[in-house]
Every structure is written in C-alpha cells, then in structure tokens.
Ligand binder design. Sequence first.
Ligand code: GLN
Ligand code: ZN
Length: 777
Amino acid sequence: MIKTHILGYPRIGAQRELKFALERHWRGEIGQQELEAVAAGLRARHWAEQRAAGLDFVSVGDFALYDQVVDHVLLFGCAPARFGFTGAETPLERLFTLARGVATEAQDACGCGHAHSGDANGSDAHGKPALEMTKWFDTNYHYLVPEFDAATRFTLAPQRLLDQVAEARALGHPVKVTLVGPLSFLWLGKAKDGADRLGLLDALLPHYCDLLARLKAAGAEWVQLDEPILGLDLPGDWSLAFERAYHLLHGAGVPLLLATYFSPLQEHLSLACKLPVAGLHVDGVRAPEELRSVADWLPPHKVLSVGIVDGRNIWRTDLDACLARLRPVIDRRAGNLWLAPSCSLLHVPFTLAHDAALDAQLRTWLAGAREKLDELRILKQALTDGEQSVAADLATARAALASRHASPRVSRPDVAAALAALPSDADRRASPFAQRQAVQQARFGLPAYPTTTIGSFPQTPAIRAARAAWRRGDLADAAYDQAMRTEIAHAVHVQEALGLDVLVHGEAERNDMVEYFGEQLDGFAFSANGWVQSYGSRCVKPPVLYGDVARPAPMTVAWAAYAQSLTRRPMKGMLTGPVTILQWSFVRDDQPRALTCAQIALAIRAEVRDLESNGIGIVQIDEPALREGLPLRRAGRDAYLDWAGRAFRIAASGVGDGTQIHTHMCYAEFNDILPAIAALDADVITIETSRSDMELLAGFGAFAYPNEIGPGVYDIHSPRVPATRDMVRLLRKAAAVVPAERLWVNPDCGLKTRAWPETEAALRNMVAAARLLRAER
Ligand code: GLN
Ligand code: ZN
C-alpha cells in the first residue's frame, strides 16, 4: 500500500487570514476567542484540502498561531524564568509575550519582511525582550529560539494540542500529529548560562513519552517527530543520544515517523535507519542519491516516507522523473512506501495556479502547496493503478514541463554568450587595494572618520501613498517621478545640512531592495499573492526567478545622476548584490544556483559601469544575505563561498581604480566567514555591529581585515536617538582593533523604517561623534 501525507502545511491562510486576525488581535480590535475561531476555521479548511487531495492523514500540530517552535516551549512548560509567568496568564497571553516581548515597539530591520538572526523582536531596555528569532535551518522562516539554562524544568501542557487532535477527529479525519523531536528541540535552543542543552534531555524525555501516550489515547494514528538536525554535522554526543532517546519514546506505543529533511543524512544514515521507530522520512529532493541506500538499509517492516515533491520551491514537479526514481524503491519496500513533499509546505505559497499577476504560461510551470498535494495524488495513483489511470494528468504535467524547457524566456543564447565572453579575470579589480586607496583618497579628499549612511532614508506614508497611486494608475509616470525627485532632493539637502561626507539618494523610489531590481531585470516574475510566512504575522513574497537574467536597460542611473547633480559631495550609487537577489528569490531548479548567480552578477556589473560612466564615483553593492546562503553541512561551504564571492566580484570589478566600491552586511555573525568577506575585496564594508557593542569587530581586527570598514555605530531598529558620547565610545573601541585611517562612521543599516525627526537627530549626533574623533587626531 502506498500512502500520501505531508510534513506540514502553510497556516497563514490563502488570503493571509491569520496574519490579519493576529494583527487585529494585537491592536485590541478582536479578542482571543475571535482569533481562535479564525485559526480553527483555517485548520478545518486546510484539513479539507488535504483530504480532498486524497492524503491518508491530515497534519495536526503544524498549525501555529505564531511559530511552531515557541509552541513547543509552551507545550513543555519551559518558558524562561525571566518572563515571570505566574500561571494566571492565558495560553495566548503567554505565547504573545514570548513572541513579542512586553514593551512593544514596531521594529523591523528593513521593512521587507525578512528578519534575521538576533533581530530584536519588539522589546526595549525596560521591558522584557521577546525570545530571540533566528532562521529555521537554511530557509527564510524564522523561529523563536528556546532559552535554556541550568535551572530549566519541563512540565507537560498538552491541552491545546489535544484539542486540535479532537477537532480533526470530530471532522472525521485520520490524524498524524507533527512535533519537533526532542533532540532537534534542544539543539535549536540556546543555553543562556553556558548550560549543556543535551544535559536537559533526560529531564525532557519523560514528558515527550507522556505526550505520545496522551496523543495515542486521543486517537492520533501516527506521530511525526521532526529531527532535521540529523542532516547537520553533529557532535558525537548528540548523535549518540538519539538511540537512547528513541528507545524510550518507542515505549509510548504510538507509531512514530522520524522525519529528516533539508540535507543528506550521510554519516547519520545508518543510525536513522536503525532507530526504533515505525517509519523514516527522508528528503528525496535535497538528497536523491541516498534514496537507494535508505531503501536497502531500512528494515522491511518499517515505513519509508520519501520526500519526492520539492517542499522548498515552487516549480511544478517532473512526475515522470519522480516515477522513475520511485520504481526501484517500491521494489525494495513491498508495501511500506509513503510519498510526501520533501519538507513542510510552510515554505511555499498556498497556490500559484490562478495568481492574477502571473501570465498564463508561467502559471503552468509552478506549483504552490495545493498544487503539490495534487501532485502527490497523481503519483500515488500512477504507482497504485498504473500510469494509464492518470494519463491525462501526466500529459498535462509533461506539456507544462516541455514548454518551460523549450521557452525562449528561459534560455537565452545572448546571456550564455555574454557569460562565456567574460574574461577569466573579470572578477579582479585592475589594481590591488593599496593602490586603489591612494587614487580614491586623492579623488575624494575625505576627512578621517568619513561619515555616510547605508542607503535608505525614511519611507514616509507620503512616499508609500504616491507609489500605491502610481501602481494603481492614479498617478501618471511624470508625476510619480517628480514626487520621488522631490524626496531625493529633500534627502540630499538634509545630508548636506548635517555635514555628512558621502551622501546617498535615499531609495525613496524603491519598494524593496530585491523586488526593485527584479522588476527591471528579465527572468524575474512577481506573483500577486504568493506570500510565504517569514515570522509571526510577517510574510514575504519572493520574486520568481524563472529564466536567464538580463538587464534590458539601466535601473538606477537616472536617480543616482539626478541626486549627484544636486550636490558637490560624492553621491553613493546603491545596488543590491547578486547573492542577496538570489537568496531572497525562488530560484530556478533547472541549472545550478551558481550559474544563476553569475547571470545576476553580470547584470549588476553592467549597472555599476553605467553608474561610473555617469559620474558616480562611489557604488555600494549590498550583500546582507551572503551569510545566509551557507550550506548546512561544512563540506559544501567553501564551494559556496567561492562562487558567491566570485559573483560579487564580477559585479564589482568592472570599474577603474578611482571608483570606490562599498558593500554592506547585516543581521548575522560574520566572523566565521571573514576570509571570504575579505576576498570580496570591496574598498569599504559597512556592517552591523552596534548591538554586539563592537564585539563583532574584534574578529575583523584579529583577522587583520585589510580594507576600510564602517562598523555601525547605532542600532536603526529603534527610534531612540543615540547620544554622541555612546557613539564616540563605540568608535574608540573600534579604533582599538582597526587602524583609525581605515574606519568609517555610519549607522548599522538603512533608515527606511525610521521617521525623519529621529533620523536627523541621530545623524547629527553621529556627525558630531566623528568630528570629535577627528579633532583628537
Ligand atoms: N541599502 C539598503 C538600505 O539602506 C540596505 C538594506 C539592508 O541591508 N537590509 O535600506
Ligand atoms: Zn543592513
């Protein structure tokens, strides 16, 4: 018997119903009951969709109001003591306190919906900071990080989960419950006082056992335990602990499906096959090469669940290829085969089949969560009743795939030719840094501790309203242009008045740092409703990178040249780098990411050269997402950093010595990839450092980072105006590790989420700090 199931479903709602209900609740417009009713309605709808597609179980436990990991913190009663819960709070009050902190303040790094490791999440110095957020493995989903310490105790609070099992059962659905497994749960947490997270396992396991028994009694047919950490390089004591843990869990008597995903099992493959569980799920998309060995090694009485449909991307599945891959597996697994998406469908939009913004042809190439359910149905039927039984479905899929492969929108000989024509040293600047530095110093004549900003200035309601009106067609092109020029002129005048040294135009005309470029490049499409949850109620709508990338016309030159015409000071051109554009898009699966990245790099390179020839002497190429692209396993990291670095340098290296290239990074620890950052050979890097109190910079000092650096001297996430003396203190700290002649002075990141008054006040203090340090020299 072949069965189908999913590891999890998106919960935000096809029309983002959960997002809007959450935000209404937080504004006090609806109560807990109303919010819970919206959630229950969504669950019922999602389960019905799963059953309509013939899944053998519905997925229960994956529906989190905010985040599935914080749900486990509440489930196992291990909220950190610092929140001071008394037991008088309702479960929802506890949830939102953990998720959002106590003193709430709208905070978002870049306003684009991406949050990044260490992003403060609604907190201030006096309130209770929320749990930290960080990225869920290599996805753009952010989970709330459990906080453990030596005093952590667990207690089981299963009621909400049991209620959901009952809810699904009352609707007549067979239930598989989804949980994060105990080892992954501890691994994903953070030990506050250096406590040993693994040391908590023995205290935690009895509660998992207890929970499993309760779920069984409640009628759950299976429990899926997600242990994606089996795809990581694990310390030996962690992998050893699996056996002990799962022997205990096995005793609870409910069939367990151990779920792994995102990465090959490699050295953990035999361990995963041997654990005392009833079934094993493997990621057949990220690790197709392991399917055969898993099929051979997994004892025959166990269920093998093959993640055959890509849960991370939006392309329609090549069903013929899947069937070919599955046939040898079926032969080895008489009967016990389950088919599933590779991972939870949380990472893809609900549907793209009718998206109003996508053209008819493109839509046929794509599959959202609902379409993926259907693909599972077709695969199951083809394997059970023969391909004839789904001949029409298979033919439709084949035709769509053929049209994608043959499309001149996808494969462009001119792009391939341009890449091939690129000289092998196109990723090298003509001269070494020291030489360029001298030329640039002579050209720009900047003072010591030069001041600048990261690019964006406040995206005011007026700017947003103008753009919305222009998009609706209510504002003519010329009028919109004029409105943006007025904003740019304002930004330039403010910066001149403040006495900043290197100016920016302020990015008023940009909605989002990736979308703005994607919309002007060939090879990208944008859905109207392809939302994916980023964290809490935050969603992103990643561009669909479907074809060879080319730049039909300059993208930023007119704005930059206009801004430069308003001032005698250097105006920094502002671009998003190829790795960040790649990283924040749904990327094509029919060629290596490295090649797609190189195509984007070529387009950015052309833009950099056009800026240069139009009088822009300084160009910043932002790469905040460079760190995020690192493969989960150490083994793949060097190769990634090689091609990613080369892509950046291709973009940056087409200019003369006198053109100064900046890059900017934020949201992450960079110390472990410093050699790769240095290899980018940007003349100046600005990085987020203020929240680590310049600690991050120590790594740059120790590594003897060779080029110029602007360590962020204040946090842009808060409207608080930083004092000059605080910034002076940070700069002195910086000057202790990096020679002062290589230091720049700038905020941590762009200012688009801020308002003008605090922005001006903060920059005024920042310029004062730079002047103080200059005077000391
Ligand atoms: N130039 C961009 C800005 O200032 C950089 C944003 C980012 O790093 N996330 O908004
Ligand atoms: Zn930034």
